[in-house]
Design a protein around this ligand. Structure first.
Ligand SMILES: [Zn+2]
Ligand SMILES: [Zn+2]
Ligand SMILES: [Zn+2]
Ligand SMILES: [Zn+2]
Length: 339
C-alpha cells in the first residue's frame, strides 16, 4: 500500500514539476541570440565614432544587393519538447510553417498592401536600409522595431493582433515597393521638367489663340525687342541722337512761327490777346447772317470780330478781294476761331 501511494505521489510531483517547467519555458523568450545583438561591445562603439572620408573613388554598395534579397526564416530551429510534452501531459506540435504556408501568409499581407502602409511600430515607410519581417500572423514590421518591442514587452506577442509564439521571416516586399516608388517619382519629375521646358519654348515661339494672352504675348515680344535695341545702342550715341532731334525741333518751330506771322499777321500770343478781346464782347451771333456762331465753323479777324467761315468767304468774293471787316472796315488777317 505504502509503496503504491509513494509511487503515485512521486508521479504527481513529477507532473507538477513538468508543468511548472513547461510554463516557465513558455513565458521566457527562447530567442537569446537577439538579446546578444543589443549588447554592443566597446570596441565596435569606438569604431563607429571614426570619421569616414568618402573620396568617391570606392563604388558604394547597395544596402541590400539584389542577389541577396533571399527570404529566410529567423530562428527556424524547432523548440525541443519540454518534459511535460515528453510525458504526454501536453500535446507537442511542431507546427513550423513550410514554404507554401509562408507564401499564403505573405499573400494575406500583400492583399492588405502592408508594405505600402509602413511599419506599424515606428510609422516609417519600409526602405532598402532596414530589414522587414513578416510574422506568421501575417503582420509586417521593421526587424529592429520588432526586436525592440520584444525586448520591451519581455515576450513574443504581435503588437497588432496579440498572437503569441509567432514565427518570423525576413521579406523584401517593402524594399521592392520603395525602389519602384522612388523610380516612378524620379521619372515623373524628369518628365514634368521636360514637358515644362517644351511648353515654355512653345509659348515663346507660337502666339496663343486667346485674345488677352495673345495681346500679352505681343507686348512681351515688343518690350523684349525694345530692350534689345536699347542695350545695343551706345548711350553716348543715343544722347547725340536726342540732341540732334531737339535742335531740329527748335529750328522747325522757329520756321513755323515765321510762317504763322506771314499768314496770320500776328504771333500766337498776339492772336491769343485778340481772341480774349472777342470773347469779352460775348457776341453770340454772326454779324453777316445773324444766326448763332456756334453752329458752324467760325473765323476770327485781327480786328477781333468773329464771323462764320462761309459768310466771310461769301462777303470776300462779293467785295471783290478787298479785305475790310464788314463791321469796322479795317483791313484784317484771319484765323480759325477756337472757342
Ligand atoms: Zn519600424
Ligand atoms: Zn499579428
Ligand atoms: Zn454768318
Ligand atoms: Zn472789324
Amino acid at each position: 500500500m505504502n509503496s503504491k501511494a509513494n509511487k503515485s505521489q512521486s508521479s504527481m510531483a513529477l507532473a507538477a514539476v513538468a508543468f511548472q517547467d513547461h510554463i516557465l519555458k513558455n513565458m521566457t523568450i527562447g530567442n537569446k541570440v537577439d538579446r546578444k545583438r543589443f549588447t554592443v561591445p566597446n570596441k565596435t562603439k569606438k569604431k563607429k565614432i571614426e570619421a569616414v572620408v568618402d573620396t568617391g573613388l570606392k563604388k558604394k554598395q547597395q544596402a541590400i544587393p539584389k542577389e541577396k534579397e533571399k527570404e529566410y526564416v529567423i530562428d527556424a530551429k524547432p523548440q525541443a519538447p519540454t518534459l511535460a510534452q515528453k510525458l504526454g501531459l501536453i500535446e507537442y506540435e511542431t507546427n513550423y510553417l513550410t514554404e507554401k504556408d509562408w507564401e499564403q501568409v505573405k499573400g494575406k499581407s500583400n492583399e492588405r498592401e502592408d508594405h505600402k502602409q509602413g511599419c506599424p511600430i515606428c510609422k516609417e515607410n519600409f526602405d532598402c536600409e532596414r530589414e522587414q519581417v513578416l510574422l506568421s500572423c501575417s503582420h509586417v514590421f521593421h526587424r529592429q522595431c520588432l526586436t525592440a518591442f520584444e525586448r520591451f514587452s519581455g515576450k513574443q506577442c504581435c503588437p497588432m493582433c496579440r498572437k503569441e509564439k509567432y514565427q518570423k521571416r525576413v521579406i523584401y516586399e517593402g524594399a521592392r515597393y520603395h525602389r519602384h516608388f522612388s523610380a516612378t517619382k524620379i521619372q515623373a519629375t524628369w518628365k514634368m521638367y521636360k514637358v515644362r521646358r517644351w511648353y515654355r519654348k512653345l509659348r515663346e515661339s507660337i502666339p496663343p489663340k486667346d485674345t488677352v494672352l495673345r495681346k500679352k504675348f505681343f507686348e512681351d515680344k515688343l518690350s523684349e525687342l525694345t530692350r534689345n535695341v536699347v542695350n545695343e545702342i551706345d548711350s553716348r550715341a543715343t544722347n547725340s541722337l536726342l540732341n540732334e532731334i531737339d535742335e531740329n525741333l527748335s529750328q522747325s518751330r522757329s520756321i513755323f512761327q515765321q510762317f504763322d506771322r506771314a499768314v496770320y499777321g500776328a504771333t500766337d500770343e498776339e492772336w491769343n490777346i485778340i481772341q480774349v478781346k472777342a470773347l469779352e464782347r460775348k457776341e453770340t451771333d454772326c454779324p453777316i447772317c445773324l444766326t448763332k456762331l456756334c453752329d458752324k465753323k467760325t473765323l476770327l479777324l485781327s480786328c477781333s470780330h468773329v464771323f462764320h467761315f462761309t459768310c466771310l468767304g461769301a462777303f470776300e468774293s462779293f467785295s471783290d478781294g478787298q479785305k475790310n471787316c464788314p463791321v469796322c472796315r479795317s483791313s484784317y488777317k484771319k484765323r480759325p476761331f477756337y472757342n
